[in-house]
Design a protein around this ligand. Structure first.
Ligand SMILES: *Cc1c(COP(=O)(O)O)cnc(C)c1O
Length: 449
């Protein structure tokens, strides 16, 4: 059949054969189910043209990479489902350069022998945070597991009941502590934990005092938490390790861009934390990684632990991380780290972008367009309770309906992801880049035809 021959010009024979078989099986199933609504059958019976066009769509679906770029118009900057932090240009260049060839990953120039993959990143981490030593694992969950396994197990870890958090559905502090082989000792209450609670709980079996950033929630009202400085005194007096999981962990003082001051990694070290871990792909704006900084003797114990090999960071992430950390060292984070840049955007900038997008969409008479004020959040377990003012292009769709328009946009190439409220599709300007506006307009044209 000519329609089948046309497919062979684009796709491999084996793939066509498989798709034809799958499409036939689907057709048989529909016949058995008496589902004649399918457009594969018409009054005359089998319709070859339509059949092969269905085969072609199936081939195109199958050829599409499962992992593909998407346009984030949700306004959530660190959106875990959409890949968290977009990387800086220099980090992308480093990925391509290191991934495309051989590299000095574990090569020591001076001796020509084996070197450490952690060396360059450790130096940068120390420079940027003021720490004595540093190390990197695959992600922050791995960093926490490694630290507890190496420093606490099989002894006790003391943690406040207000900090036994769950992040992203699968990272639950009590489970990670159990997995490490350490014993969880919870102290205080959900809203108040005092120094005396930690003092009373610490026994001869205690190894670690653990402090965890609440990350994705916020307790208001009558609350009390013990500051790191006070815990540090207690840890020193009793010979314990004070370990803080900062979660998102920022290297950049967000007060510079008018946001409430999160404690930075340096703040935590200065207040006396012995070890601090944080994510590479949250507020830092780098690749997935778990960064560990702190006392030299503790980092040395983590480095020697066999679990580090199993939780090792790969060379591509390492290349992107080194490039990102250099931006912080050189004072370029505000200009060049996309996450920080998105956080820093002014309402005037967002408003200008909204105007540009509205002009591009104005050719589509099916849409009812408005620019509105809104609020958004950093997301990804960063800056809980901090809302950011933003601008939205709010869209009503007369014939097709907002739900169905949103579904078509999600199914596009690239998918455009917004949010729906009160029967309007909202596109948030804080996470859209100017260079993406043309693609957004094209996606709407595609969805409406
Ligand atoms: C996000 C987060 C983690 C997990 O970090 P990943 O890099 O996603 O593994 C651990 N602890 C806290 C407090 C977090 O916010």
């Amino acid at each position: 059949m000519p329609a089948a021959r046309a497919l062979a010009a684009i796709h491999a024979r084996a793939a066509i054969r498989r798709a034809v078989r799958e499409e036939l099986a689907e057709l048989r199933r529909r016949i058995l189910d008496q589902d004649f609504a399918s457009n594969l059958l018409d009054v005359a019976g089998f319709a070859p043209q339509r059949f092969f066009s269905a085969v072609l769509s199936r081939l195109e679906r199958q050829n599409r990479h499962a992992l593909q770029p998407a346009i984030n118009a949700t306004g959530i900057i660190i959106h875990t489902n959409l890949g968290r932090a977009p990387l800086a240009d220099v980090a992308l260049r480093a990925l391509a350069e290191i991934g495309g060839g051989y590299s000095t990953l574990e090569f020591d120039f001076a001796s020509g022998g084996r070197g450490s993959r952690y060396r360059a990143v450790e130096e940068l981490l120390c420079e940027v945070t003021g720490a004595e030593a540093g190390l990197v694992a695959n992600n922050n969950a791995a960093a926490v597991l490694l630290a507890l396994t190496a420093l606490a197990a099989p002894g006790e870890v003391v943690i406040s009941r207000g900090e036994l958090v769950e992040i992203g559905g699968s990272f639950r502090l009590p489970d990670i502590i159990m997995q490490s082989g350490a014993r969880l000792v919870e102290v205080g209450t959900t809203n108040k934990t005092r120094l005396a609670d930690y003092e009373d709980a610490a026994t001869a079996e205690t190894r670690v005092l653990l402090k965890v950033h609440q990350s994705n929630f916020h307790i208001v009202g009558f609350t009390e938490a013990t500051p790191v400085a006070a815990l540090s005194q207690l840890a020193k007096a009793r010979g314990l390790t004070l370990f803080e999981d900062l979660g998102s962990g920022s290297l950049f003082d967000l007060r510079q861009i008018g946001l409430p001051g999160e404690r930075t990694v340096t703040d935590s070290l200065r207040s006396g934390a012995d070890l601090v871990t944080f994510s590479g792909d949250k507020l830092l704006g780098g690749p997935q990684a778990g960064l560990i900084v702190g006392r030299r003797d503790l980092i040395a114990r983590l480095r020697r632990h066999p679990l580090l090999r199993a939780l090792r960071i790969d060379k591509l992430s390492l290349a992107a991380l080194e490039a990102t950390l250099r931006l912080y060292r050189d004072g370029d984070a505000l200009l060049k780290v996309p996450v920080i840049r998105m956080l820093a955007q002014t309402e005037a900038e967002l408003n200008r972008r909204a105007g540009r997008l509205r002009r591009r969409l104005a050719m589509l008479p099916e849409l009812d367009l408005r620019i509105e004020r809104g609020t958004t959040y950093a997301g990804g377990g960063a800056l809980p309770g901090v809302s950011l003012p933003t601008r939205l292009v709010s869209i009503g769709a007369r014939d097709i309906g907002v739900e169905s328009l949103a579904a078509k946009l999600r199914d596009g190439r690239p998918p455009v992801i917004g949010r729906i409220a009160q029967n309007r599709l909202l596109l948030d300007m804080r996470t859209l880049a100017d260079h993406e506006l043309a693609a957004v307009a094209a996606a709407f044209r595609g969805a409406l035809t």
